[in-house]
Design a protein around this ligand. Structure first.
Ligand code: GLP
Length: 263
């Protein structure tokens, strides 16, 4: 696990977009694992700007999103499919065929989850997986107690998650689904690279547990401690509860990979 702390949320999202951009330029047919949530909106805005102003080409890449609400049709304004269309897919040169988001309205969710896993595998696997952090420590919608060996499946959302995402549902909690489809933790750990971006004071305590705490199924993101190529990009506010700040600063200064990233 490598950790970069940036002064502000603007810096973290710009740096995250730069990491994705570099990966895409290096391997134009890369398979990207994508995430949703407010934090990602700025990341995608940067990628759209790079596409428009610097010719960043999405024409050969394929994408797999982490998750989707269950019981919500892809065409719904509240689906993560619509979120992705609005923030990224409709603004860059990627064909719909190359993008994958679980279908929350599928009749046979179990079969669809298995197909999603098969499609990821058939694509050659995710090269770079983008991740946000839920306030309860989830990655994707892997809520507390999710097995580290879990795969794409139907999950029941934590009340804290429903509350955290109520903004997407006109602040009406009754509209927030109780279930979702998510890549599993093992699915996420299969990605060759993982990049997690975390902003804001509200996630500071959780981020400290993710980075410094013991691995536990109660905090899904602690599974990233097992990932061989995991980069965490946090703003100062989110890094506020870390106890190993001096060590992280030392690594940022002397680790060759981090130095290259920050130069
Ligand atoms: C949702 C998504 C997560 C995401 C989280 C963070 O719960 N399922 O994948 O990481 O939101 O959201 P935000 O960036 O809005 O804090």
């Amino acid at each position: 696990m490598k950790v970069v702390i940036c002064p502000t949320a603007e810096h973290t999202t710009a740096l995250t977009a730069r990491v994705i951009e570099q990966a895409l330029r290096q391997k134009p047919d890369i398979v990207l694992g994508l995430a949703t949530g407010r934090t990602m909106e700025a990341v995608y805005a940067h990628l759209v700007t790079s596409h428009r102003q610097a010719g960043l080409d999405f024409g050969r890449c394929r994408t797999f999103n982490l998750d989707e609400y269950a019981g919500i049709a892809p065409s719904s304004a509240r689906s993560y499919r619509t979120y992705m269309d609005e923030h990224l897919f409709s603004r860059v040169n990627i064909s719909r065929r190359a993008t994958h988001v679980p279908d929350g309205s599928a009749d046979d969710i179990v079969a669809q989850c298995a197909e999603y896993e098969d499609a990821i595998r058939a694509s050659g696997g995710v090269g770079l997986q983008l991740l946000g952090l839920g306030e309860n420590g989830h990655i994707g919608f892997n809520e507390p107690f999710s097995a580290f060996t879990s795969r794409t499946r139907l999950v029941t959302l934590d009340p804290a998650t429903r509350q955290q995402n109520v903004g997407m549902f006109d602040d009406d909690l009754t509209q927030v689904p109780y279930h979702a489809i998510t890549m599993g933790i093992a699915t996420i750990l299969d990605a060759r690279r993982t990049v997690m971006v975390v902003n804001g004071k509200a996630k500071a305590e959780m981020l400290a547990r993710v980075i410094e705490g013991p691995m536990t199924a109660s905090i899904s993101a602690t599974a990233l401690q097992m990932h061989a190529d995991c980069l965490i990009i946090a703003d100062e506010a989110a890094a506020g509860a870390l106890s190993r700040r001096a060590y992280i600063a030392h690594l940022m200064q002397h680790d060759p990979e981090l130095r290259a990233l920050l130069s």
